[in-house]
Design a protein around this ligand. Sequence first.
Ligand code: CA
Length: 492
Amino acid sequence: MILKHCAFYLLTPFFLASCAKLQAAQASAPAVVAVPSVSAALVIPANALRLEAEDAVLSGNTVLTKRPGFSGKGYVGSFEKDGAKIVWALPQAKAGLYDVQIHYSAPFGTKGYDLLVNGAKLSGTFPATGEKFAAHSAGKVEIKDGANTLEIDRGWGYYDIDALDLVPAAAPKPLAAVPETLADPQASPEARALLHRLISSYGRQTLSGQYEPKDSAYVKTVTGQTPAIYGGDLIEYSPSRVAHGSKPSGTTEAIIAEAKAGRIITLSWHWNAPTGLIDAMLPPGKDGKPVDARWYKGFNSTATTFDFSKALDNPASPEHALLLRDIDTIAGELQKLSDAHVPVLWRPLHEAARGWFWWGAKGPEPYKKLWRLMFERLTVTHHLHNLIWVDCSGMDPAWYPGDAVVDVVGIDEYPADVADPLSSHWEDLKTRFDGKKLLALTEFGGVPDVDKMRRYGVQWSYFVSWTGDVGPHKMTADALKRIYGSTAVGNR
Ligand code: CA
């Protein structure tokens, strides 16, 4: 979370085609019709229904033919204008789950898009393609009997859509067994027991989790259940915050008390940059709003001049020493948890690939180098063996620190539709990590609809909701009760 909504950190001074062709096809056949291959470059799966973008109803877009490699009569682009979208109508369909493949081009880099099925939004990300077309698995969608609409909205814009294929989804395969070994070869019995617990429920139940005690209390009041996982943050222990008056005293002790009350602990660290804090309001950026770069925003890349990449390349520099000083400070808090036999789902340096935190502002290589430095410093120098290492850098494989230093792969998501099953992300991660690492929803804006996710074959090990209006308060009381009361959710 980039913390812009996060009140508690502010405590310290923070389709329609009325596509006759399609209607004719569907009047005489079931919803899904076999379409002959129209391009040697693009392979259309058997029984797929291909919807060409140029046959959709276009808003703010045009049909293009300049770039070779498209199917049909062209492609549609470039989703530059606000509100730009394409809409297909399926006048007659058969209910079921379908896999979606989008044929697209993203010449200017990775781009977020929104796919809407009957108005329900599913967000995903197109990897960069250069000047070529590529196929992107957008995960599974639910189609109802009769009329349906599919729509692709602008999202981040500046991409082109060639076509969309709907393929009846096969039943999801069971998850492959994850090895009961941790990256730290000397992992403590408590850490190994926690991994065992997570592996035992993986594919059967998703464990619930919640940041902030007051939000856990709200969940308890509404649902009668206590989230299995307690989420905390070591932010205020950052030396550059303490130097400005932060008083974190008691935070670690409160976390230990939650563990003793039977909860699993996950910790993040909004690491305030050790030096180079701008500590000022800056003139408006691209969005026209002033940039808050005061000291307590020092975890944001916009609030510090600290170049950690340079520091990492110069081990004798004062800046490198400051990196170690800060890690050592946090090690002192993690040591208290170790002494109390509390294992931790440790997720430092989160959301790195998004670039908004300083540890993600220099690209993937420095980030991975910093991750490895922290891993070594905590496990080897400080003998901290109570940590289960959770990487939440993002979806881009270039940012993954490596199997040898990661135990759980997580994603942080704030989908536009809180009921988004995140199927595209799940399918991508499952392809990469099934049978290797546990997959988790390490931060979520709202409370995820675990039952809906399971219909899509999405089976996170656990979820942890963020706080307030981007946490449980985003949900209706009925939805919160239904999710926390589900047999697919494991509570404390
Ligand atoms: Ca096309």
